[in-house]
Design a protein around this ligand. Sequence first.
Ligand code: 2HG
Ligand code: ZN
Length: 480
Amino acid sequence: MTTSRETSVAATVAALSDIVGPQACLTAADDTATYTTDYRKLYHGQAIAVVLPANTDEVSRVMAWCYQHDISVVPQGGNTSLMGGAVPDASGNAVIINLKRMNRVLEVDAVNDTMTVQAGVTLHAARAAAEEATRLFPLRIGSEGSCQIGGNLSTNAGGTAVLRYGNMRDLVLGVEAVLPDGRIYSGLRGLRKDNTGYDLKQLFVGSEGTLGIITAAVLKLMPLPRASSVAFVAVANPAAAVSLLGEAKKTAGQSVTAFELISRPALDLVLAYLGGMKSPMEGAHDWMVLIELTSGSAAESLDQTMVQVLEAGMESGLVLDAAIAASGADAQNFWRIREEISDAQTRTGGSIKCDVSVPLSRIANFIAEASAAVLALEPSARMVVYGHMGDGNVHFNPLRPADRDSKEFLAAHYKTISHAVDSLAHAAGGSISAEHGIGVAKRDDLARFKTPVELELMWQIKRALDPKNLLNPAKVLPAQ
Ligand code: 2HG
Ligand code: ZN
C-alpha cells in the first residue's frame, strides 16, 4: 500500500525530473549524501530530491512547481557554509537546488571592468577568468576551490582582502535571482551609478537564500597587483597589532591589503596539522600578524615600504620580530599557515566558533575580556584567536584542551562560551557574525542581539518575498 506522502514524493520527483532531466534529479541516498550534509559533517538533513538545474529557466520552473505544491526549497552552492545554512533539516520534506551545473563565465568586459558569471562558477574559476583578462576579482577565501559565487553572494562572504577591496556586497553590481514563486528578478546591470530607487540586488546579498536564489551576477574587477610584499610579524599584544596597522596605513596607504592576526595556539595547531611546515620566525611569540601590501604598479618597491613600517614598529616596541617573504614561495607558505587554521580546527574537533567583529578601537580590549571569560569557564581551553583584524573581525574559536574529548567539551561549554563571547562583542558595539552568516547555527542567538524593530523588519521583508515561508525555511530568521 502506498501512503499519500509517498504519492506526493513520487509526483514531485516525476515533475522535477521532467524539468531538469532524470540525470539531474537525484534521489538515491548514495547520490544525495554529499548535498544533505555540510562539509564539516556537523549538520545532517534529508531531502525529497537534489535537483541540478542547467539554467535560470529550469530554476524558475522548479521553484514555481514547488511553490504551487507548498514544498520547501533549500538553495545550495559549494556547501561550504560553517553555519549549516545550505543543508535541509531532517524532515525530508525539502528539495535541494544545487547550482553547480550553472558554471559558465558569461562575459568578461575588460573596458567596463566587470565580469558576468552564473552562480555555480567556483570562486577559483572566477578569479582565473579575471586573471586571463589581466584583472583581479579580489574576493579571497580558503574554500575558493569549492565555494561558488552564488553562495559567496548569498552569504556576503568576506575573507582576507576585505581591508582593501570590501566584501561581496561591495564587489557586486548586478544580480539575477529567482523568487520563491518562480518569477525572475533580472538585475544583471554593470553600472557603478544607478540611483533608480531601492537597491533590490542587495536584498539577495547576505540573505542566505531566504529571499530568492541568485542565478547570475555582474561582479567588479580590479587592476591585477604587479608588486607585493608579505611579512610575518611578532607583536607585543593585540593592542600593538592595532597600532601597527595604523602605522602601516600611514606609511603604505591603500597598499595595505591584508592584516591578519594569529595567536600562538592557532599557530601551534596549524603547524602540527601541516607537519613539515616551520614557523617563519625563530622563537615563540604569543601574538603574530600576517601583513600583505600590494600595488598595481610594478615600479613600487613594497619590500622597502614594509621594512619602513616594521622598523617604525620596532622602534616603538610594537614589533618583536619579523620575517619578510624573500620569494613567491615564501609568501605562499606564510599564507598557507594562515589559510589552513580553519581546517586544522575541523580536523582536531571541539572548536567553538565565534565569528565576531567590533570597532577596531575596541578590539584589543574585547580580546582580553573575552579570553578572560573563556578561561574562567575552562582554564585549559586553547585560545585559537585569529582572523581579519584589519576589518575588526576575529575568529574567536576556543578549542578543547588537548586531553579532552571533543563531544564532551562541546556539550559542556558550547552554549556558555559562545554566549559569553557574543555578549561581550555585542556590548562592545560589535556583531555576533561578522562574515559567516547566521544559517541555523546562530539563528536563535539572533533573537537576543537584534532589536524587536530589526527582527520585525526582517520578517516583513521575508513575508513580502516569500509569503509561504518555503525558501530556506528555519534559517537566519528566529522563529516568531
Ligand atoms: C577563515 O578566515 C575562515 O579562515 C574560517 O573565515 C574561519 O573556521 C573559521 O572559524
Ligand atoms: Zn574568516
